[in-house]
Design a protein around this ligand. Sequence first.
Ligand SMILES: Cc1cc2nc3c(=O)[nH]c(=O)nc-3n(C[C@H](O)[C@H](O)[C@H](O)COP(=O)(O)O)c2cc1C
Length: 311
Amino acid sequence: MIYLAPLQGFTDYVYRDSFAKVFNTVDAYFIPYISVKNNKVPNKYIREILPENNTQNRVVPQILAKDAAEFELLENDLADHGYSEFNLNLGCPYPMVTNRGKGSGLLPFPEEIYKILDHFYSSAKGELSVKLRAGFKSADEIKDVIKVLNQFPLKEVILHARVAGQLYSGEIDENAFSYAADMLKHKLVYNGDVFSVEDYRYKQNKFQGVDTWMLGRGILMNPFLPHEIKGIQSTPKERFELLHTFHQTILKRYLEVMDNEGNALNKMKQFWIYFSYCFPNQRKVLKYIKKVRSLNKYGEIVKSAFYEISC
Ligand SMILES: Cc1cc2nc3c(=O)[nH]c(=O)nc-3n(C[C@H](O)[C@H](O)[C@H](O)COP(=O)(O)O)c2cc1C
């Protein structure tokens, strides 16, 4: 199975919905985290979680919370929106988040994680999974965290085996992943740096008990990666058409849902940060896209980028 990772600012509901409509090759979609502000769920998250914007088979919302009270507030709001599966974020590495004791900032405090899980399971409104890093400062932290996770009937655990300070680069700690695979009682999902079929095969060989893979940047850079991993054949012409349709679907949706053309264009510029890797002259295409100020000019650049891969 392949899951689409949550990437704040990239895998929003427009992206997820368009991906599902055009490619339909992933088995679950994780919504980037939602969190509490001033004891409320901020309005900016509403469109992300509305059921009508999340019609795929399995969509899992993610909760970023510092304690059981925050978790419960978000869980209740999500349950009111019809969700019965939740994911707890124990991975976000950014100081703005970790300084407030959230995301990977909770990893050095397994007793706090215990309190959140204990509270959830005392009146569970559904199923819960956890997405975590190997540690905040050190991958040793995972040992005590696993002891806590093993005390609860989690649906699954998704591990991105880096520590917070690494953000999204540097070596994945394969020993930490193997340790988790041995010690966890739960199903373990692999996440991190699967950018090609070769990467996938290498990890599959290394972690033979794993059958579910969460992919983030790999899919953003190559939406055909799940096709390739699952062995779904497609001709160059089909690939070209799917890629083009995907782009057009996303553009149309942003133009419909954003307040104005400028904001839609900004969303497309963000999308191209990774999408540009589908094109042989990635840097040049991205440079032109970043400079664009009008929809007309944008259309011209996109047309010539697609033209180059069509011949
Ligand atoms: C820009 C960006 C935003 C992210 N947002 C989230 C998020 O909201 N929740 C989360 O659990 N992980 C988030 N992540 C981490 C990814 O889900 C994933 O764990 C990480 O990118 C490693 O997987 P990959 O190598 O397949 O991309 C984010 C990563 C990036 C680069």
